[in-house]
Design a protein around this ligand. Structure first.
Ligand SMILES: [Zn+2]
Length: 677
């Protein structure tokens, strides 16, 4: 009996390309599952799209001097192409900036609002008066109360790793204007998650102890044990889905409110194009909703989104949420900001026609129950020993020998040979593993069929028996041909590109999983096969060395040569730099400032004029040491009064290893007033 499967894969965030960690932990397993469910004859909707809202996108846009839409357009395109190139068979891949998504998510919000499911709360939040914007945590910088780093963010200090809230920062400043933000009251709409604790306990803790993965179940349980709190479902931001209420100017839906609704709105887009009813997938008890996600998204898919759907009232709950752990790269955490990754779009370019190798390698080290590791050496071994040495070798020998001895026509053999049972056995094993989300075991079961075929040929040796026992040789190759076609069928969920080649090679169509389990003879005597095509080719050491070198280069460029150096300040544009007027100058006179231990007062020849500058260098120099020194001056700094003296500019200084200051000075004498830059 066919069932309906509503399969979602976590929406990738459109501020960067997709890497192997995403592929191994979400998209390839989800694709294997979706392909397999289609082969079972089930009614499958496999839905995904780009998540295009949220703070990191607006920050990136500001950094690059573009608008957020430019950022998401760029990465949506790259991500979408990578998925297509790697054979991820989404029925729909859309994006959360689509018109339909705005309608659906606003409608969802309105339904909850009208049903009285939200509470309104007024809280004080930092506000930038000049930019006229409330500031998200990431938009506030200040001094970390923990380590003293001057560039800590309102949510986190990247130097010491402390989690912060904006109110903890010392001297908070707005990243938008550089001004000190004020606290201002703002109203937002909260979903009281605590109201859903009983429901979640009953549904997950009591209902899914046996069938959900322990990592998912355990995390949900610990969240529920800690108790849930109301969570704001709206934000004061200008990038996102506008809150559909009259008194909500400048407010958008919380990105984790609108993103999961993307699964629903994208299903609607797909349904409209394909004459389907989306409600059959989302609002019918005959549908199984399955979310494929990484472990960092468990709370959103097992607590917040289900609470939203429960509050709405019309939706089914997910049947399972098979969350994956993380994949490391060469024993180090994959990181987009450190560029420590293998990027999908680069792989596709550098390994043309070898998509299935990546699919195979990533599936075989999929981080199902614990974090796992990808290494290029391991990738090479999996290709050369398993895909080339076993799978490809077996297929090639079968095809070549049938052409050599029988002109490409499948010879006669025993249709009841016991070896033929291996095909149904493999199909059944794969089915059991996949229904249980055990992708690595399923992949092994597939490879074991190839291994079996390879050993069978090795034992039968038809290239020998053809001379004195041609009937036996024919029978061996008949059996081997069945196994080869069996492989062409069972490998499709895992390696769709190879499956297509194989089916073409053996001149067969794809059949259902049920047929595969029932029919012993998959290719009949007398069937004409096509020429052997190369499935996999050996990956040479130099190819792997190149990839390892690429990572070494990344590591070298990430390396901090001075561990005490502060992190780089926020990026500026060239225009910002050209506003700065730096010149060479010479100190003419120097004297101590009365009652100020640290200050010296200088008269400086800037080439443009002679002016007064006050500088905090008295603990590093005597006035006599300074006279006649050539220095660099920031000429167009607005004058400031220091101890009653107007200081007109700033001399450039740095700190020596002993903590004393030093003037920044040209390494050869130059004229005064020469521009620096
Ligand atoms: Zn810190």
């Amino acid at each position: 009996m066919s069932a309906r499967k509503m399969i979602t894969a976590a929406l990738p965030y459109a501020n960067g390309p997709v890497h192997i960690g995403h592929l191994a932990g979400v998209y390839i397993p989800a694709d294997v599952y979706a392909r397999f469910q289609r082969r079972l004859g089930n009614d499958v909707a496999f839905i995904c799209g780009s998540d295009e809202h949220g703070i990191p996108i607006t920050i990136r846009a500001k950094k690059e001097g573009v608008i957020p839409q430019d950022i998401v357009d760029k990465y949506h395109g790259i991500i979408k192409n990578s998925f297509a190139d790697l054979g991820i068979s989404f029925d729909e891949y859309s994006r959360t900036t689509s018109k339909k998504h705005y309608e659906v998510s606003q409608d969802f919000f309105t339904t909850l609002y009208n049903k009285g499911k939200f509470t309104e709360e007024v809280a004080e939040q930092y506000f930038d008066e000049q930019a006229n914007e409330f500031l998200a945590d990431r938009y506030i910088v200040g001094t970390c109360p923990n380590c003293g780093n001057d560039n800590a963010y309102g949510d986190q200090c990247e130097k010491c790793g402390a989690t912060l809230s904006p109110s903890e920062l010392i001297n908070p400043k707005s990243m938008l204007s550089g001004n000190i933000p004020i606290l201002k009251e703002t109203k937002n709409w909260y979903l009281p998650l605590n109201d859903y604790e009983n429901f979640l306990n009953e549904w997950i803790i009591e209902g899914h102890k046996e069938d959900w993965k322990p990592n998912v179940y355990g995390q949900v349980k610990s969240w529920l044990n800690d108790g849930l709190k109301p969570r704001a479902m709206t934000r004061d931001l200008n990038w996102g889905v506008p809150v559909p209420l009259p008194d909500a100017d400048g407010k958008v839906l919380y990105v984790w409110f609108d993103a999961p609704i993307g699964y629903i709105s994208f299903t609607q887009e797909w349904a409209e194009k394909n004459g389907k009813n989306w409600k059959d997938y989302w609002q019918s008890e005959n549908s199984d909703l399955i979310h494929f996600i990484g472990k960092d998204n468990i709370v959103f898919h097992c607590i917040i989104f289900p609470a939203m759907m429960k509050a709405h009232g019309d939706y089914i709950m997910p049947k399972n949420v098979p969350a994956f752990e993380f994949l490391n790269l060469e024993n180090d955490k994959i990181s987009t900001s450190r560029n420590w990754a293998v990027w999908a779009h680069e792989y596709v370019e550098e390994f043309p026609g070898q998509q299935d190798v990546l699919r195979y390698a990533l599936l075989s080290s999929a981080p199902e129950t614990k974090d796992n590791n990808f290494t290029w050496k391991d990738f090479q071994t999996k290709n050369n020993s398993e895909l080339v040495g076993i799978f490809g070798n077996f297929i090639n020998r079968v095809a070549v020998l049938i052409h050599k001895y029988y002109d490409g026509i499948v010879p006669a053999g025993d249709e009841n040979a016991v070896e033929l049972n291996e095909i149904a056995k493999s199909a059944t094993e794969i089915e059991n593993f996949l229904e249980n989300f055990e992708f690595r075991n399923a992949l092994s079961a597939m490879m074991n069929l190839a291994r079996f075929g390879n050993q069978y040929l090795q034992t039968e040796e038809p290239w020998k028996t053809i001379k004195d026992n041609p009937e036996k040789a024919a029978s061996s190759l008949f059996v081997a041909a069945q196994i080869a076609v069996g492989l062409a069928q069972v490998c499709e969920p895992f390696m769709p590109f190879s499956a297509e080649k194989l089916q073409k090679m053996f001149n067969v169509d794809q059949i259902s999983w049920e047929q595969l389990k029932q029919e012993k003879v998959l290719i009949k005597t007398g069937h004409q096969i096509n020429n052997a095509e190369l499935l996999f080719s050996k990956i040479e050491d130099e190819t792997i060395e190149f990839q390892i070198q690429k990572l070494e280069n990344t590591k070298a460029s990430n390396k901090k040569t001075n561990p005490k150096a502060n992190p780089m300040k926020a990026e500026i544009q060239f225009d910002d730099f050209t506003k700065i007027d730096l010149r060479t100058a010479t100190i003419l006179t120097a004297e101590k400032v009365e009652k100020a231990d640290k200050l010296l007062k200088f008269s400086v020849d800037t080439g443009v004029d002679v002016r007064t500058v006050v500088s905090g260098v008295a603990e590093s120099f005597t006035p006599e040491e300074c006279i006649g020194k050539q220095v660099m001056i920031l000429l167009n700094l607005a004058p400031r009064k220091i101890r009653g003296i107007e200081s007109q500019g700033m001399l450039l200084l740095t700190t020596k290893p002993d903590g004393k200051l030093a003037f920044v000075t040209p390494d050869v004498p130059v004229e005064n007033g020469v521009e620096i830059g």
